[in-house]
Design a protein around this ligand. Sequence first.
Ligand code: 5GP
Length: 120
Amino acid sequence: MAYDPNNIFARILRGEIPCKKEYEDDFALAFHDINPQAPVHVLVIPKGAYENMTDFAERASDSEIGGLFRAVRKVSAQLGVDGPGYRMIANIGDDSGSEVPHLHIHICGGRKLGRMIPQD
Ligand code: 5GP
């Protein structure tokens, strides 16, 4: 499936839709989730057009890949969750329930997060 340049995070990257920005550099933008699932819930996205982690791992340069993960590290420190701990989530495909087709890494923390995958 081709990358959809009009997905909501592409529009945030272009400045067409506002976001509560937490961090930005040449490789990544981090902003607070509009519907937080934890006291800290921030999304870190690459600036390039990648649908998900599979697409990113296949097509992104080593600099882009390193840049995204270094941004996650910086954001976790900036948010103060690197000490107490946090969870990274990257949903891929239908079974994950992924909603937005631009790679995003959720950083969730600020409380005990419980089971890794809720049983329902
Ligand atoms: P996914 O389910 O694709 O892994 O996660 C998508 C996330 O994007 C959800 O947690 C949802 O709340 C968040 N989200 C969707 N639309 C917007 C938006 O317009 N702004 C922000 N900041 N977050 C959004």
